[in-house]
Design a protein. Structure first.
Ligand code: PLP
Length: 384
């Protein structure tokens, strides 16, 4: 096998147009040329976030923006509420604890979406809660949390809603301003079709007000300083210039496709993947609210899932993601976000069928692919 396929929920494949833009000579960042690149990127990011606020561009992986989201709006000893339904929910808790915040958790069974009622109950129980932290798409379980319903609760209270949109922004509609999200975070290596290295964050009016009062220590990720940069078509520190050059092109590609089409594409690829899983008799980890970014399928109990994952990655050269912690060896996560299209799903399903067959699982080859194709056929362009 000579060809490799990257089908994990981050990092995701990067389109050739974006790779080419990143290969251009590095220009200086305090120049009119780079200011123009930033201006164009800023416009595309606002559209993507559904906000009229500034979207800050940070040189960091997604976790950097998560940490900045915590340190910019809170003060030592503040009470916060974290929706913890997987590895990334757990990350909110660990960041908040690292900064000495008082964390209350709404613990959600892995693979399930949070019930908004549980958040409402917790907010009643802890009325001093300053902020609620949640993932829009909990990538470790491939479940979607109901952000609009949670936003209904926080916008009526004096609690900020901080959303990790890292496998949601650019995958599904998540209009920050309209929903009343106070802080929205994403990263470059998921739906934005870029390599890792950039993180993005936007703050609502009331989150900016909180940023003025917040007393947690911050320096590199001081959002007030970055915001000043945006106004001046600049950045506080040396930006990841080549990645920003790529960002401009990636955003232009998304705009050319049209965001509603981008969301519909993700939904279609997810539906096709789920149909394939069902046809193969594989259950989903998150059947109730499956994420359109990636699909987690439970492997038959008698299959060594870690060995299957490694076989796919090292011998077939198809890289999915496995399960973490208690899900290790039990699931395969098939990504269909970012630079992903119908034939990526066909490849993913074909590889999974072949690997299962190789591991002695009784599968009818082509059965999953056929089911996926029947869904994908609905998304084909017209004949003429
Ligand atoms: C990928 C991801 C992250 C970010 O991780 P980094 O490795 O720091 O980029 C955070 N949250 C979610 C939901 C993710 O999918």
């Amino acid at each position: 096998v000579i060809k490799s396929f990257l089908l994990a929920p981050g990092p995701t494949p990067v389109p050739p147009e974006v790779l080419a833009a990143m290969a251009l000579p590095v220009i200086h960042h305090r120049t009119p040329q780079f200011a123009a690149v930033l201006a164009e990127a800023e416009e595309g990011l606002r559209e993507l976030f559904g906000t009229s606020q500034d979207v800050l561009i940070l040189a960091a992986s997604g976790t950097g923006a998560m940490e900045g989201a915590v340190t910019n709006v809170l003060s030592p000893g503040d009470e916060v509420l974290v929706v913890n339904g997987g590895k990334f929910g757990e990350r909110w808790t660990r960041i908040c604890q690292a900064y000495g915040l008082r964390v209350h958790e709404v613990v959600v069974e892995w693979g399930r979406p949070v019930a908004p009622q549980m958040v409402a109950t917790a907010l009643d129980e802890y009325p001093a809660t300053r902020a609620v932290f949640v993932q829009a798409s909990e990538t470790s379980t491939c479940a979607l949390h109901p952000v609009p319903a949670v936003a209904e609760l926080t916008r009526r209270r004096d609690a900020l809603l901080v959303v990790d949109g890292i496998t949601a922004v650019g995958v599904l509609e998540l209009p920050m301003d309209r929903l009343g999200i106070d802080v929205l975070v994403t990263g470059s290596q998921k739906a934005l079709m870029l390599p890792p290295g950039l993180a993005f964050v936007a703050l609502s009016e009331r989150a900016w007000a909180a940023a003025e009062r917040a007393r947690l220590p911050r320096f590199y990720f001081d959002f007030r300083r970055e915001r000043k940069g945006v106004a001046e078509r600049s950045t506080a520190w040396t930006p990841a210039i080549s990645l920003v050059q790529g960002l401009r092109v990636a955003l232009a590609m998304l705009r050319a496709e049209g965001l509603p089409n981008v969301w519909a594409r993700h939904e279609r690829l997810a539906c096709a993947t789920r149909a394939a899983a069902a046809a193969l008799g594989l259950r989903l980890l998150a059947p109730e609210a499956p994420s359109p970014a990636a699909t987690a399928v439970l492997l038959p109990a008698d299959v060594d899932g870690s060995a299957l994952f490694r076989y796919l990655r090292d011998r077939m050269r198809v890289t999915f993601a496995g399960g973490q912690d208690r899900l290790k060896g039990k699931i395969i996560r098939i990504a269909h976000l970012g630079y992903a299209d119908a034939f990526d799903v066909v490849t993913a399903v074909a590889a999974l069928e072949l690997a299962l067959d190789c591991f002695g699982v009784p599968v009818e080859l082509g059965r999953g692919v056929g089911a996926a194709e029947r869904v994908l056929a609905g998304g084909l362009p017209p004949r003429s």
